[in-house]
Design a protein around this ligand. Structure first.
Ligand SMILES: Nc1ncnc2c1ncn2[C@@H]1O[C@H](COP(=O)(O)OP(=O)(O)OP(=O)(O)O)[C@@H](O)[C@H]1O
Length: 242
């Protein structure tokens, strides 16, 4: 079965087990260009594993993942890595910055690796650091930053090269409650203003209110009644089959 033309990401009957222990059991979903999809569910329900399969970090044991008509599940590791580097952004639970580089150098890495000139990279990154309230940290190395500041730099890095899809897995985990709303708003606004598709995983159900649609995972399956399938009859049967 071919993916629908208007889905930037499309997955069908995804299964994945970690060392024999099943984490995904037949999840199907589609994400449209520029859409913000929340993936919610309790801890251990399979959210990280799903994002890993959708982003090409993990090869599913069964099922299909298509990105813009490209079958990710058929690509080798090197091709998947290239796609991730060039087309996807990733923000995880804890920021993984290069300790030897300053905040701005960390955030500029994907741009510089893509061949963008230093001056343009500097300008773009400065704007993102400003938007994320860490402009004054630009010249500091990660060790001199608080964990919440490091996470904001990691978010700037994930957005600066304007990925097609941003995967954010519990992106507010290292932040204080007061900072969470602002960072989530920055992520979703960035998605909407820059036409970046955002797949946002969180165990906090209220994150779904910021998204266009949501899917809830329970024990590796898409829960019955998820709004990721709302108004999309083609998907309802897939989502509920999991
Ligand atoms: N590397 C791993 N090795 C073994 N089991 C794993 C591994 N990663 C995840 N699991 C297991 O797979 C299941 C799904 O985990 P996953 O991290 O995808 O869920 P999650 O919803 O993202 O949870 P959390 O919010 O705690 O990260 C859980 O039972 C988890 O213990």
């Amino acid at each position: 079965m071919a993916p629908p033309d208007n889905d930037v990401l499309w997955a069908r009957d995804l299964e994945h087990a970690h060392r024999g222990s099943p984490a995904l059991l037949g999840v199907s979903l589609g994400v449209r260009q520029g859409e913000i999809l929340a993936v919610t569910g309790p801890r251990g329900s399979g959210k990280t594993t799903l994002l890993g399969c959708l982003s090409g970090q993990l090869a599913p044991d069964a099922g299909e993942v298509w990105f813009n008509g490209v079958p990710l599940h058929e690509l080798g590791q090197a091709a998947r890595d290239r796609l991730r580097r060039e087309r996807f952004g990733w923000v995880g639970e804890s920021p993984q910055l290069v300790p030897e580089l300053t905040a701005w150098e960390n955030a500029a890495l994907p741009l510089l690796l893509a061949g963008v000139g230093g001056r343009e990279a500097r300008k773009t990154v400065a704007e993102w650091l400003e938007r994320l309230d860490v402009a004054d940290c630009a010249r500091l190395r990660p060790a001199a930053l608080r964990q919440a500041q490091r996470q904001r730099v990691a978010i700037a890095r994930a957005l600066a090269h304007k990925p097609d899809v941003l995967f954010a897995d519990e992106p507010t985990a290292p932040l204080h409650r007061a900072d969470r709303a602002q960072v989530l708003r920055t992520l979703t606004t960035a998605g909407r203003t820059h036409a970046i598709t955002v797949v946002l995983a969180s165990h906090e159900p209220e994150v779904a209110t910021l998204a266009d649609r949501s899917v809830t995972l329970l024990d590796g399956r898409a829960a019955v009644g998820d709004t990721a399938a709302e108004g999309r009859e083609d998907e309802v049967s897939c989502s509920l089959s999991g």
